[in-house]
Write a protein that binds this ligand. Structure first.
Ligand code: FES
Length: 112
C-alpha cells in the first residue's frame, strides 16, 4: 500500500501527517478523508488550481498530467516542476511525499 506523507503546513496540517492509501485512489479525496482540508474550489472538475500540491517524492510514479491540467497549473501559486492538481492524481504504486503550497490563487487574490 502506498504511503502518503504530508509535510507540515501552518494552517492545513501543522504537524504534518502520513497515511496509507490504495493504488488508484484519488489524492485530493484521500487528503480530505484524512483530515487535511485542502481547498478544492471547483469540486475537482479541473477548473480552479486550488488543489495544487507539490510532490517532493514519487512524482515519477504518477501518470503524467494531461495538457489541460498543465495549462491550469501554469496559473497556480508557487508552481514547481513537480506540481500537480491533486484532484487529477491517482496514486500509483509508490509512496508520495506531498507539500501543500503556502497559498492558493484564492488566498493570493484575497490577501496579497
Ligand atoms: S479542485 Fe479544482 S482543479 Fe482540483
Amino acid at each position: 500500500m502506498p504511503k502518503i506523507t504530508i509535510r507540515p503546513h501552518p494552517d492545513l496540517c501543522p504537524e504534518g501527517t502520513s497515511f496509507d492509501v490504495a493504488s488508484g485512489d484519488n489524492l485530493c479525496r484521500s487528503l480530505l478523508a484524512h483530515g487535511v482540508e485542502i481547498e478544492h474550489a471547483c469540486e475537482m472538475s479541473k477548473a480552479c488550481t486550488t488543489c495544487h500540491v507539490v510532490l517532493r517524492s514519487g512524482f515519477q510514479s504518477l501518470e503524467p498530467a494531461e495538457e489541460d491540467e498543465e495549462d491550469l497549473l501554469d496559473r497556480a501559486w508557487g508552481l514547481t516542476p513537480t506540481s500537480r492538481l491533486s484532484c487529477q492524481v491517482q496514486v500509483g504504486s509508490q509512496d508520495l511525499e506531498v507539500e501543500l503550497p503556502r497559498y492558493t490563487i484564492n488566498h493570493a487574490r484575497e490577501n496579497h
